[in-house]
Design a protein around this ligand. Sequence first.
Ligand code: ADP
Length: 296
Amino acid sequence: DLLVVGSANADLVIDVERRPAAGETVLGGDLAVHPGGKGANQAVAAARLGAATALLARVGDDSHGRLLLDSLRSAGVDTVGVLVGGAPTGVALITVDPEGDNSIVVSPGANARLTPADVRAAGSLFHASRVVSAQLEIPLETVVEVVRNLSPDSRFVLNPSPPRPLSSEVLAACDPLIVNEHEARVVLGDACVSEEPADWAKLLLAKGPRSVVVTLGAEGALVCDSSGVTRVPSVKVDAVDTTGAGDAFTAALGRQLGSGASLAEAAEYAARVGAAAVTKRGAQESYPTAEEVDAL
Ligand code: ADP
């Protein structure tokens, strides 16, 4: 039902007392290795909610690639579209200081080698999917090719993260475009003439998408289409770790749209999934099942 096209990374995390200056070495805590990347996160989140989910991505022929494939398969993701080889698996090198602030170096690796030709070769995955979801941790030209390969009756969901200005062709395909505050500002660029999230939603809609969702962290989200802006409340939870909340939200929204929900209904459910995801540490490890969402 759901096809995610996007990145798969190994997140290598070390706690440090402070970051090294140039030429300096510091000692840190034990290394933790987590499966991550926005594409893999979304696919795992959707599969854990019970959606039939496939991932189109590229990993290296290495131990990080195998870690990702294991995590995807144990969540129930169809990995026939996970291509192997061409470059090392993408890696995020993350140091976390005592305040909890992250410093991150990303090596896109195999993610940068997911090509338009890989998209064209995955035609059968596109035919089988009512909803296709993408992010921007893969080449923009690959995302453009995704838009060109959509089935006439399938729906495209884009979270432009990390954000870049988008062409009118890509914007016009989005239904919805899902952005947080930072992504809204970058995609709007010069058109960001307001500090009001409801205005961002309307200004973004004017750029061509059929609908827009602005996520607001603990404040919930706004949905916007031709009938106007609707506020979606958040669920009050004790936030432990917000890593991957946006990915869980996007995956849940895509899953609900694929089962026929309206945009507002889907966003309301997605806000509950996002809230559940922040109550546990990590990204993929924190994603709830449908039963856990219902219990919230
Ligand atoms: P991103 O991770 O992309 O910046 P957000 O932080 O806006 O995205 O989170 C996505 C969604 O997850 C929010 O719209 C909200 O529904 C939910 N969420 C995130 N943080 C919290 C929180 N502290 N409490 C409750 N819900 C949250």
